[in-house]
Each structure stands twice: as structure tokens, then as C-alpha cells.
Design a protein around this ligand. Structure first.
Ligand SMILES: Nc1ncnc2c1ncn2[C@@H]1O[C@H](COP(=O)(O)OP(=O)(O)OP(=O)(O)O)[C@@H](O)[C@H]1O
Ligand SMILES: [Mg+2]
Length: 507
């Protein structure tokens, strides 16, 4: 877009009561101090945005004389199309016109905003404007149209493994997303690694506190246990046999003693029985027994005696039989066998315990191995993320360096710094302009002008906008001035009224 000033009309504008300026290709304003040269250069800016040349709110309302209305109208040529913009102060109010049609402030602002960006226009129009901006805005203006170096270009400057890795990964994610993903992963994996490490250490400690590997071979252990089991069952059956024998002895002793008791009791009973031998009187009724009755009583008595004797003989015979069986038996002492049985059982338990211990140890060794593997794989993933984060950092640094080279390539005397490298290697945005090693604030008036002109030259080179350039105080400046399109200069001349010399367009 090319913007030119065609004509400016001022009414009660600072010292100008009524003035018409025709600009042409070059307009040279001259005259004594205070004649109104800067006011003329400022008027188009005031029309557009209501500010001075530096974008500060400003009023041209006269303070030295009475005036009803302050008014400035600017006829612009925007890409060959004329547009007339007018701003006025009527009493306390701002009034606006677009192409002579009164409009509300908002509509006027919208019209201007639709034409071009204020910062861009002012930094082209006023070579000193750029330096009044905040450094972030300055940076943005310079970088706005600098195409960042292509990914493939940056990769060429990175170590091959980093470039290859980023090239592959940035096909799926943007560089920024990739960084977010891996920063997040790194944080998570760092925590996981600590957990994995402590798990592995805990298991290893458990292993060291365990008895050193018990020498148990599962194959021989089985055979040993089988052998012990045979011994145990042999001993158990011999103990069982001995028990049977000993129980028999006990039984016989018991029987003998009870049979002896019985025999002794029977002896006494026999004496009593003999007393009851039948006489002439009935033992129950006391009547005299005679004849058959007596005979029957004697028969009953004899039968009883006979049965008693038979029982007595049986008791004696039973006892004798028991005594003779007992004589053939010997008590077997099993205490030695029981002790032996306990020893074998203990030996078997020891083998089983050792085998179980060995199994536990093997399990623990496997767990340690698993924990070690988990730790190693976590570490590997973590290193991968660190590698990617570092690669991105390198990429950014290289990209910034290439971009800085690109930007620097646009300037002649000015040196531009776009980044600060922090201690951790990361880059921080900055924007510093120096001329001949001096900061802008240190420059003389004319040097500052030169710096500003070089800057607008660069901005013109990049910008899709072409505006007039207003070089105020040109008498103070001895450097070169490149003319891009339309130029307005102002210079003080002693004792001279306002003079506007104009160079027409060539065609
Ligand atoms: N808002 C205002 N109202 C009235 N007068 C103003 C206002 N602003 C500036 N002036 C005056 O207008 C006159 C012209 O100022 P201007 O800055 O345009 O002069 P100049 O020709 O650029 O002078 P110099 O050569 O010193 O740069 C000065 O006398 C100034 O004090
Ligand atoms: Mg001036």
C-alpha cells in the first residue's frame, strides 16, 4: 500500500490561522524558529490519530489567540484513490469528516484503522518514532516481516542425531507441542526413576540381609527326603510293634492282678459257702427239713459248690495262662527310637526349610532383576526426553542465531541484538540497537537521526506500506537521506517567514 499526502488544510492550528499545503514529491519547509514547520509535519498525524509525531495525545488548539474552531483536513492518496480525512475541535468536542461527510468518532477511527497500522505508519513517517516504542514493540515491528529460517535450514546447522530426531518427531507435532510433551514426560519420569531406584535398593537390601544362599540342590533334596521318609516309617512301625508288645504286657499284668484279687475273694466266699451246708432246718424259714426236702437241699448245695469250684479253677487257670504268656514277653524300651524319630524329622524339616529359603531367595533375585530392568527402561525414556528437550533448545538457539543473522543482514551501521542467552542455555527475547557500539540514548542528535533513517530504510525494505517521510530539523543532520517516495523536510532559517518549496512528481 502506498500512501501519499496530497494537500493539507489548517485552520486555527497552533500558530497557523489559515494555511493550505500542497506537498508534491518533496516539500521543504523552512523559516525561523516557531514559524510552524513542525506543526505542519505533525498535522497529518493529528488528523489521523489525534496525537503528535510520537503518538502522544496532543492538541493543536491555539493558546495565544481566540478561535472558534480548530480544524485540519488531509487529502490522502491511498493506492491511487483519494480520501479526505478531517479532524476538528469545535468548542470542547472533536468533530470528524470523511470525504467531507460528518461522521462519528468511532466511524472515523474505523476508517483510519482500516487503512494502515499506526505504529507501522509512524515508524516510517517519523524516523525518531521507533525509538519511543517499548522494546517489545520495536522487536515485533522489525521481526513482523522477517521470515523465520526454515526448519530444514536450521536442521542443517544441528548435530545430525539431533536434527534426525527432531525432523522425525516434528512431522507429528509442532516444535512447541513436542517440547511440552517431553517436559511433562521428563518431570514424570524423574519421579518414576526415583521410585524405581528406591524399589530396586530395597529389594537388594532384603537380599543382602538374607542368609547367603543355602546349599540345597532340589534333586538331591528330594532323594534325601525320600530316604528320610523310609527311615521314619521303619522307626514308626517298629515303635508301633513295641507299643503293641508293651500294651500286651500291661494288659496281662492287669489281668493277673485282677484274677488274683478274684481268686482271693472267692476263697473267702468259699469259706462262707461251706457254712451254709444244709442241716435239719431250712435256712430261710427255720422249719425242720425232712425226707425229700432235705435231699433236695443237699443236692442244690452240692451243685452250687461244684459250680463255684469250677469257676475258681477257671480263674486260677486263666491267671496261670496269663502268667505263662507274660513270662514269654519282654518290655521293649522305645525312648531311643522316639529320639531317633525326632532327629530324622528335624533333619527333614531342615531340608524343607532350606529349600523354601532358596525358593524365596530366587524369587527375590528375580524381583531385583525386574526392578533393575524397570529402572533401566525408565532411565532410558528419561534420557530420550532430555535428549529431545536439549535438541529443541539447540534448535531454538540455532534458529535464533540464523534469524539474528538474517535481521542483521538488513542493516548497515546498526547492530541489532534479538536474544540474551541465559545461564541455563535458554534464550530470552531482548531488543537492543547500537550504532558504532553506542546505545541509541548515547547518540548525538544527528547520529540519532541517522540511526532512525537507517531503521526506516529497513522498515521500508520489508514493509508492504509506503508512507511519506518527515525529516524535521534537517539543518542539524549531515548524513544521507534516501528518498523512498514522498519526503517532507523542515529546517530553521534565521529571520525567515515560513517558506514551502515543493518538487513536483516526475510524471
Ligand atoms: N497547542 C498549541 N497552541 C498554540 N500554539 C502552539 C501549540 N503548540 C505549539 N504551539 C506554538 O506554535 C508555534 C509553532 O511551533 P512549531 O513547533 O511548529 O515551530 P517550528 O517552526 O517547528 O519551530 P522550530 O524551528 O523551533 O522547530 C510555536 O510558537 C509553538 O509554541
Ligand atoms: Mg520545529
Amino acid at each position: 500500500m502506498r500512501v501519499r499526502f496530497i494537500e493539507l488544510e489548517l485552520e486555527n492550528f497552533t500558530e497557523h490561522r489559515r494555511l493550505k499545503v500542497d506537498f508534491g514529491r518533496i516539500a521543504r519547509l523552512s523559516g525561523r524558529n516557531g514559524v510552524g514547520k513542525t506543526s505542519i509535519g505533525t498535522a497529518p498525524v493529528w488528523v489521523l490519530w489525534g496525537t503528535d509525531l510520537n503518538g502522544k495525545k496532543w492538541s493543536p488548539k491555539p493558546t495565544t489567540y481566540e478561535a472558534d474552531v480548530t480544524r485540519a483536513a488531509l487529502l490522502l492518496d491511498v493506492d491511487g484513490k483519494p480520501i479526505k480525512l478531517e479532524r476538528g475541535i469545535d468548542g470542547g468536542d472533536n468533530v470528524f469528516k470523511v470525504n467531507d461527510v460528518p461522521v462519528k468518532a468511532r466511524e472515523f477511527d474505523n476508517t483510519v484503522t482500516g487503512l494502515f497500522d499506526r505504529d507501522e505508519f509512524l515508524s516510517l513517517y517519523n524516523p525518531r518514532y521507533f525509538f519511543t516504542l517499548h522494546w517489545t514493540k520495536q522487536r515485533e515491528l522489525i521481526l513482523r516481516r522477517v521470515v523465520p529460517p526454515a526448519k530444514s535450514e536450521v536442521f542443517k546447522h544441528l548435530p545430525e542425531p539431533q536434527a534426525a530426531k527432531l525432523d522425525k518427531l516434528t512431522r507429528k507435532h509442532s516444535m512447541a507441542d513436542l517440547e511440552k510433551i517431553h517436559r511433562d514426560r521428563k518431570n514424570r519420569l524423574e519421579k518414576e526413576l526415583i521410585a524405581a531406584e528406591s524399589r530396586r535398593k530395597t529389594l537388594q537390601e532384603q537380599l543382602t540381609t538374607m542368609d547367603s544362599a543355602p546349599k540345597v540342590d532340589p534333586k538331591t533334596a528330594q532323594a534325601d527326603i525320600a530316604k528320610i521318609d523310609t527311615e521314619i516309617s521303619k522307626i514308626q512301625s517298629s515303635i508301633a510293634e513295641a507299643d503293641e508288645n508293651n500294651q500286651r504286657i500291661a494288659r496281662l499284668n492287669w489281668d493277673i492282678s485282677s484274677l488274683l484279687d478274684k481268686r482271693n475273694r472267692m476263697k473267702e466266699q468259699y469259706e462262707q459257702l461251706k457254712q451254709r451246708k444244709p442241716g435239719s432246718n431250712c435256712p430261710t424259714c427255720g422249719q425242720t427239713l425232712q425226707g425229700y426236702a432235705l435231699e433236695k437241699a443237699e443236692r442244690d448245695y452240692n451243685a452250687t459248690i461244684e459250680a463255684f469250684r469250677a469257676e475258681y479253677d477257671q480263674v486260677v487257670a486263666d491267671r496261670k495262662a496269663a502268667e505263662s504268656e507274660l513270662a514269654g514277653l519282654t518290655f521293649i524300651d522305645v525312648s531311643e527310637k522316639v529320639a531317633e524319630l525326632r532327629r530324622w524329622q528335624e533333619a527333614k524339616q531342615a531340608i524343607l526349610d532350606a529349600a523354601r529359603e532358596k525358593e524365596r531367595r530366587q524369587q527375590l533375585e528375580q524381583d531385583v532383576e525386574k526392578a533393575r530392568a524397570a529402572e533401566a527402561s525408565t532411565k532410558e525414556s528419561l534420557n530420550e526426553s532430555i535428549f529431545i528437550i536439549d535438541a529443541i533448545k539447540e534448535y531454538r538457539a540455532k534458529e535464533a542465531e540464523l534469524q539474528a543473522e538474517k535481521v542483521q543482514g538488513l542493516f548497515r551501521r546498526l547492530k541489532i541484538k534479538l536474544h540474551n542467552r541465559l545461564k541455563n542455555g535458554e534464550l530470552e527475547d531482548t531488543f537492543v540497537i547500537q550504532m558504532d557500539g553506542k546505545d541509541y540514548v548515547q547518540l548525538s542528535f544527528g547520529e540519532g537521526m541517522e540511526a532512525g533513517l537507517e531503521l526506516s530504510e529497513v522498515l521500508f525494505g520489508q514493509s508492504e506500506l509506503i508512507t511519506p517521510v518527515f525529516v524535521d530539523h534537517i539543518g542539524e543532520y549531515t548524513g544521507p537521506i534516501a528518498v523512498y517516495d514522498q519526503l517532507i523536510t523542515a529546517g530553521a532559517v534565521r529571520d525567515q517567514e515560513l517558506k514551502i518549496e515543493k518538487e513536483e512528481w516526475a510524471d
